[in-house]
Design a binder for this molecule. Structure first.
Ligand code: ATP
Length: 313
């Protein structure tokens, strides 16, 4: 994909607030139809990245380009029309109904009066709020407000969607519905940036992730690339009958933490297929569970690594 196709490009970006570095040496490119996860501890710099992309703040140095333009200089209406943004802890005017709120934002976003009602009703249906659309916001639960926030972000079919903690307050079914919506948008070519502290379950929906620590990139890439960088083992959990330990080949026995019929072992990722073939051939084995390093494991690994490095310095 060529340079010109990038939806977002950040090159060697640094951001300081009152002289204090919030981001440094940040390189980031986002392509059409990409779901990108932005992860990091409190104060790592995630919101700062979102604000730079939205053009709300200027980089102290480096280059920020969104749809090929500097977002702080680009025609506001043109850029806003292509962007959708859901902030953390979304709040709306309590006395209005869900439909009224959405129509208000739709008009602000330049949706014509003619299309406004139809578009808003469709979006409310998409986020599962069609039955509550005429109820005042003050009667909405936290999850319903969050869904309304998502509908607001989806107004005008954005080509770039920035979502800060989008699943906070959503129950498991609503979270799944949310990811189905995101998947649907991806297939329409929309680029999505997901900022989250909630790591479990996210990895199957994202194409790439960036892990930030104190304003610097600790790791970035697809889950497979992050696994390769971290070099964490796959954890095998074996269940079998008495004699299982004795049946294990010598090299595997060394890796095993065992009570004889219930064995856990950490196998280097590159050896996992070979280990699986060997294990399935054993006569006293009944079950094998394999846990590959999850996004949460990888996140903990990279953050911990950074802490260890800082402790040495
Ligand atoms: N307007 C500001 N003035 C001064 N410092 C700021 C300002 N905004 C952010 N910071 C600092 O910049 C750093 C990065 O903040 P940022 O809000 O980007 O982090 P974050 O990763 O979004 O955190 P969280 O997960 O808590 O929302 C923090 O140290 C924060 O205190």
């Amino acid at each position: 994909m060529s340079h010109a196709d990038n939806i977002v490009e950040l090159q060697q970006v640094e951001k300081k607030y009152q002289g204090i570095k919030a981001l440094q040496s940040l390189d980031l490119t986002l392509q059409p139809g990409e779901i990108f996860g932005l992860f990091g501890h409190n104060g790592a710099g995630k919101t700062t990245i979102i604000k730079l992309i939205l053009g709300l703040i200027e980089a102290t140095s480096g280059r920020v380009s969104v749809f090929g333009k500097d977002p702080t200089q680009a025609g506001t209406r043109e850029l806003r029309g292509k962007l959708g943004f859901l902030q953390e802890n979304v709040s709306f005017y309590d006395q209005l109904t869900g439909l009224e709120v959405l129509e208000y934002f739709a008009r602000l976003k330049g949706v014509t009066r003619k299309r406004c009602r139809k578009d808003c009703l469709e979006l409310l249906e998409q986020v599962g709020l069609n039955e509550a659309c005429d109820r005042r916001i003050k009667t909405y639960s936290k999850g319903m407000r969050q869904r309304l926030g998502l509908a607001q972000a989806l107004l005008g079919s954005p080509r770039l969607l920035l979502l800060d903690e989008p699943t906070v307050g959503l129950d498991p079914i609503a979270t799944q519905d949310f990811y189905h919506t995101i998947d649907h948008l991806k297939h329409q070519g929309c680029t999505v940036v997901l900022c989250s502290h909630v790591l479990p379950g996210v990895e199957k929906y994202i194409d790439r992730a960036l892990i930030l620590g104190r304003g610097t990139v600790l790791a970035s890439g697809s889950i497979e690339q992050l696994r390769a960088q971290a070099d964490l083992p796959a954890v095998f959990q074996l269940k079998g009958r008495p004699g299982l330990t004795e049946e294990l080949p010598e090299d595997m026995r060394l890796l095993a933490i065992s009570n004889n019929t219930d064995i856990k072992m950490a196998v280097p990722m590159y050896k996992r297929m070979q280990a699986l073939r060997t294990l399935t051939g054993l006569s006293s084995i009944d079950n094998i569970d394999i846990h590959l390093p999850s996004l949460e494991d990888l996140y903990t690994h990279f953050i911990q690594n950074r802490c260890d490095q800082e402790a040495v310095l």
